[in-house]
Ligand binder design. Structure first.
Ligand code: FNR
Length: 383
């Protein structure tokens, strides 16, 4: 049995244990996947400055994101179909995040419902909203998130239309999976996954089924999204959602400085520099490359977060040094979940925390709050 020491170990195990269709859904990007790959590889270009003979006792990674205390400045990103990586996946990940003292963000497209997850989540229970054409449904969804005590709303702005993902189309992605011969044969090689699924009733989109009239047989994900997502979404809708919600609002999917300025004008509490993990506009800049210009333009007016390509605690530190108050992890926690359920998400968070803590110390800091660009080697990071 391999000893798990890094995120790549979790990915390898998840690939063995999760049915092909759902593993591919997590571990892929759109079109050529160039942005997906650049998100992670661009972190490697940034070099750290090693410092020595600095007192490294009494270290702390504690910080805040939108005013809420976090054990480290890392939140779980919203990911659709998480309950297909592992039975009851959203509940398990929310529990692991609660124990670790970091926020968990539940996707609109989750398998477990807001109400189910609320019973297991901690104070940092955030809800991610996609805007659908049916505005009455959106109003109900916002009200459900309020009733479930979600302490921030993450409004995703970069998925009015769906980026083309070859693997999902070829695999005929759907939840629950279609029982084709190929799928059945593949699932038979994943007994742990299958047993988990037999033991839960949560197999469809928990926030949607039973809450939208006529949506009880959704067909493939891409067909459904093409019908329900609103290509006409605009900044007027952001204003309307902000008012209806009334709490902390985080705008997700900002890459461009002009959009970042509009995000400030909207009165949101934070924005996330994100390209949806390279799943939407292939050919877009990596998030870590896009981050400094956004921080430079609006960082004094709004909290700037980022996601995309974080695969270690070192990446968290680099993003923080470049001005991100907090970051989100998508695939890393999904790999942990697919590999070992709740224990795998905990393992993922432990790995990232340990790497963050040690790297911070090697760079001569004992508190994450004091980390800035000074830990980076000039000329190796985007400005
Ligand atoms: C996502 N992402 C996403 N974002 C969102 O706002 N709502 C969603 O439902 C989803 N669904 C989703 C599914 C899967 C399988 C992945 C991998 C990603 C994007 C996600 O929140 C985040 O932006 C990226 O995952 C960050 O990149 P990394 O950490 O995966 O590299």
């Amino acid at each position: 049995m391999t000893v798990i020491t890094n995120i790549e170990d979790l990915r390898v195990l998840a690939e063995k244990r999760v049915p092909r269709m759902f593993y591919d859904y997590a571990d892929s990007g759109s079109w050529t996947e160039s942005t997906y790959r650049a998100n992670a590889s661009d972190f490697q270009k940034i070099k750290l400055r090693q410092r020595v003979a600095v007192n490294m006792e009494n270290r702390s990674t504690a910080s805040t994101m939108v005013g809420q205390e976090v054990f480290m400045p890392v939140a779980i990103a919203p990911t659709g179909l998480t309950g297909m990586q592992h039975a009851d996946g959203e509940i398990l990940a929310a529990r692991a995040a609660r124990r670790f003292g970091i926020p968990f963000t539940l996707s609109t497209m989750s398998i477990c419902s807001i109400e189910d997850v609320a019973q297991h989540a901690g104070q940092g229970f955030w809800f991610q909203l996609y805007v659908m054409k049916d505005r009455a449904y959106i109003e109900r969804l916002i009200d459900r998130a309020k009733a479930a005590n979600c302490s921030a709303l993450v409004l995703t702005l970069d998925l009015q239309i769906l980026g083309q993902r070859h693997k999902d189309l070829k695999n005929g992605l759907s939840a629950p999976p279609k029982l084709t011969v190929a799928n059945i044969l593949n699932m038979m090689t994943k007994p742990r996954w299958g047993l988990g699924m037999l033991g839960t009733k949560r197999h469809g989109f928990g926030n949607i089924i039973g809450h939208v009239s006529g949506v009880d047989n959704m067909g493939s994900l891409s067909e459904w999204t093409a019908k329900q997502f609103d290509p006409a979404l605009n900044w007027g809708d952001v204003e309307w959602i902000k008012q209806r919600w009334g709490g902390k609002l985080i705008l997700k999917g900002i890459q461009d400085v002009e959009d970042a300025k509009l995000a400030v004008a909207s009165g949101a509490d934070a924005l996330i520099v994100s390209n949806h993990g390279g799943r939407q506009l292939d050919g877009a800049q990596s998030s870590i490359e896009a981050l400094p210009a956004v921080v430079d333009a609006v960082g004094s007016q709004i909290e700037v977060h980022m996601d995309g390509g974080i695969r270690s605690g070192q990446d968290v530190l680099k993003a923080r040094a470049l001005g991100a108050r907090g970051v989100y992890i998508g695939r890393p926690f999904l790999y942990g979940l697919g590999a070992m359920g709740e224990a795998g998400v905990t393992k993922c968070l432990e790995i990232i925390h340990r790497e963050l803590d040690l790297t911070m110390a090697f760079c001569g800091h004992t508190k994450i709050e004091t980390v800035d660009k000074g830990i980076l080697l000039p000329g190796t990071f985007p400005t």
